[in-house]
Design a binder for this molecule. Sequence first.
Ligand code: NAP
Ligand code: SF4
Length: 672
Amino acid sequence: MTAYPTLLSPLDVGAFTLKNRVVMGSMHVGLEEDFGRLHRLAAYLGRRAEGGVGLIVTGGFSPNVEGWLKPFAGQMSNRWHAFKHRVVTDAVHAHDGRILLQLLHAGRYGYSPLCVSATAKKSPISPFKPRALTTSGVERTVRDFVNAARNAQRAGYDGVEVMGSEGYLLHQFLSARTNDRTDAWGGSFEKRARFPVEIVRRIRAELGDGFLVMFRLSMLDLVEGAATWDEVVSLAQMLQDAGAHVLNTGIGWHEARVPTIATTVPRAAFADVTARLRPSVRLPLVTSNRINMPDVAERVLAQGDVDLVSMARPLLADPDWVRKAAAATPAAINTCIACNQACLDHIFRNKRASCLVNPFACHEAEMPLIPAATPRRIAVVGAGPAGLAVATTAASRGHSVVLFEASAAIGGQFRLAMQIPGKEEFTETLRYFDHQLRTLGVDVRLDTRADLATLREGFDHVVLATGVVPRAVRFPGADDPRVVSYAAVLRREVEVGPRVALLGAGGIGVDVAEFLGHPHPAGDVNAAFRDFWGIDATSEARGGLRAAVPATPARTITLCQRSEGRPGARLGATTAWIRRETLKKLGVEVLSGVQYDRFDDAGLHLTISGAPRLVPVDHVVVCAGQEPERSLAGPLAEAGVAVHVVGGAEEAGELDAKRAIAQGTRLAMALA
Ligand code: NAP
Ligand code: SF4
């Protein structure tokens, strides 16, 4: 008897029986381009197959040069490409997994001067103006797709996923928003749909029943002037008639200004959109977006309207997700917190992806976890993200670890972060670390402030992960009890009044603005999310957008910084726009280039561009960064102890959970 009977049940799709309902969705990780070294992609995907994933979809590979995501991006155009991919398909098949190659033509999203589209309209998120494909160019591109599918078959892939959503080329042809052609590939919906439908029909005709064809269909566009629900249904039926075996769900164009995968999006927020297609098609349906734990997946599947769940980031975070679900040990899952910080933000900066909570992700070939040759006794001081990463990684290598934590609970800065609306997933990371500490037998000493006397005896290594202290700001009135630190606010030690000024507009200033301003509506979180962002999941109007319901902020907030520029300037590209848009919706006033003059009963006195300004507030919250806390480092070194300093204790200016966990993990890998 399993805890997740539907999730773990097999499913016949085309000529294959998938061993469970988990699809590893396509996600570009930066290992796709490296044709000389596809063994790293093989190690990454093979590890997920080993962990039990039923069906894997690769990142996008273009059928030709015009379809490149960026110059020299992954491509599947000739036999040479096919030959290089053998190592990938072999790695997945070795673990009884199935794998599809995603065929992705970027169209006008291509970061390349060679890009093409239905018309010569530039996208708002790319600097390159596309060339409109000629009629014969469209026909050639259909042939290129079929050729790429044939090469995928030669490479040993079990099929292809044809990328028809997220605003890429096929979607650009499908949509009235981007296709006003007057030839056979534009005009009526049937003509706009002809390009993707023809690709599916021709791949099926050429490659036969034994080769799976999945189509990723946009079920909700979230941009003006895009598809209606009737068009979604018609396309699904046309693809079914053309021979597609499975329909996968795409949500939102990349240029949409509505979050679709960030932490603020409730879990399984769009599963009902996929389910709505059930009565209209016979094909297996895959649902997607913010499904990250087995109970969520099981609930969605057990309702019977969708057949498979697609997850990409959760399997980056934990390659053994399926195995742990099968063993009914969800507490052992390292849950994706949907932060995007080490995955999509890396890809946007042209860096290899990894994972904030799992630094081994995408580095499987280079970071084997080697057991310690000589087990050592290691003290770790501080149970924040850095200390937890050191303690658990060192223990998993066979070292004997004592973890000292001055407070009553593990977590450090994570305990503050999980208070922020939309960042509740951080609790999962702490649950995971807690499980690991117990399983690995780490000696955890809470409420224990480690001192020199304790640490100087009996340990081969001492790791200081003692974190940070909030930076104090000096100006007249800063010692008033109404001027408080962000830490005290997030720990709910202060009852903040209805008018508040925040000093410092970095990541934490933005977090605190959301914490204090969010209206926290009671009831259905998904309905509140849709109201806040103006989502019409029924797509009655083209594109699935409607007027947002104005938020009623909990407080009047003024966010100040001394420098010029936008708040949260250092936040990742994939989430910073969401955070700024949220501040706007919460009516937060942002003041840049300010000088803090004084605080008194009238409020906060500032100077902006030489002019005085009074902001009448009840409280001032200082979010001015942090200073490292590593006071034990000097005395320990003087006492001859091998001491290592990690995380915020080492570099408070770069305090960041991604860096802290990666640094802690790598240190623990090196401890000998
Ligand atoms: P931060 O990003 O360094 O921002 C500190 C803010 O304080 C700045 O706006 C700075 O702006 C101001 N400041 C610095 N020194 C000051 C002083 N002496 N007096 C007055 N103001 C001062 O630090 P943070 O916001 O505390 O965040 C810490 C780290 O955590 C950062 O790396 C951040 O990216 C990360 N973080 C990330 C997220 C996320 O969602 N990804 C969320 C929170 C934090 P001015 O100098 O212009 O006044
Ligand atoms: Fe998930 Fe964040 Fe890891 Fe990306 S970096 S896989 S969003 S936890």
